[in-house]
Write a protein that binds this ligand. Structure first.
Ligand SMILES: [Zn+2]
Length: 319
């Protein structure tokens, strides 16, 4: 504030709860060198991890972290907020923890990808996906590659969609994640609005996994689900009946437990006793595959609500 690089968003309401800071023109200029953006025809690739590298080379104060990362890259603020919401970072401890970050611990992640690789990744996944489902909106799609947080997800905004991929993930997985998340974008463009239910999430993940198997044939179902091992998929195949019986009576459920039981992985997951994590992805794929076998097109499936899709798939009626 003292360097006059930021300003209040509500300058005449200094005590408002809605009060935030933002960069002013001088602040933006100050931070715009260097900027780590690759402009694309309809979106951009945001190399936010490079700004994190700059942060590691600074005095690593919380002020620097905010200026160099959270304020300079609004996308990183989205990641930061999600991590707090998910309970992965502690808003009180985090500003202290970053002061002890050492570049040596992050070095191997920072140099995993060349800009050329990411550029090709973005183009190749999107172009291939468009041969399967043509985009029906011209909303831009950004790809944000970031540190120091884990997790991969998509943020569907009014003006743009953003695919978030952490550099902590195995580089062998990055193409699959990109395909999965971009599939969500293409699905979303067609999707009728409906409230959150387990049913909706099963269909959503099912479409993304199904599309991933079409974007690159090397991902059969067993390799197509992000962060789900082949052993876990095998468990689902062997236990499909019990899975079906359990999930069938919970299709209308909403609330966080649908994610923790059937969608989440890692520490956030609390699957039913004896179940592996992420079984919702497997069931979702099966529902979509059942529709395709009945002659429905992916285009048709993407434009229907989840109840219609599940009814028409007949999946839960097959014994
Ligand atoms: Zn997904």
């Amino acid at each position: 504030m003292n360097a006059k690089l930021i300003e209040y968003t509500l300058p005449d309401r200094s005590n408002s709860l809605l009060q935030k800071y933002r960069l002013n023109e001088k602040g933006r200029l100050f931070l715009s060198e260097p900027d780590y953006i690759i402009e694309k025809e309809n979106g951009k690739i945001i190399l936010a991890y490079k700004a994190f590298d700059d942060f590691l080379n600074s005095d690593r104060s919380w002020g620097n972290y905010q200026n160099m990362l959270l304020n300079a890259y609004p996308e990183l603020q989205i990641v930061h907020n999600k991590q707090m919401k998910w309970g992965i970072i502690d808003p009180v401890k985090f500003p202290e923890e970053i002061k002890d970050y050492k570049r040596a611990d992050f070095e191997k992640y920072l140099n995993q990808y060349t800009e050329g690789y990411l550029d090709t990744l973005y183009d190749s996944v999107i172009n291939k996906a468009h041969t399967i489902l043509v985009p029906v909106s011209n909303k831009p799609v950004d790809l944000c590659m970031f540190l120091p947080y884990g997790s991969c997800f998509i943020d569907v905004g009014e003006k743009k969609d953003t695919i978030f991929i952490s550099l902590f993930i195995n580089p062998d997985e990055v193409q699959k994640i990109m395909a999965h998340e971009y599939a969500h974008c293409l699905h979303h463009q067609r999707l009728p609005e409906e409230p959150l239910t387990l049913r909706r999430e099963l269909v959503s993940e099912g479409v993304a996994v199904y599309l991933t198997t079409l974007i690159d044939e090397k991902y059969g179902l067993k390799k197509a689900i992000p962060f789900m091992s082949e052993e876990s998929v095998n468990w689902c195949i062997e236990n499909e009946k019990i899975l079906k019986d359990t999930i069938q009576v919970e299709l209308e459920d909403s609330g966080d437990q649908i994610f923790t039981k059937y969608i989440s992985d890692g520490k956030l997951a609390t699957p039913p006793q004896g179940f592996v994590q992420k079984t919702g992805y497997y069931i979702g794929y099966q529902i979509i595959e059942a529709c395709i076998k009945k002659g429905m097109t992916l285009e048709e499936i993407c434009s229907l609500d989840s109840k219609t899709i599940i009814d028409q798939s007949g999946y839960f009626n097959i014994r």
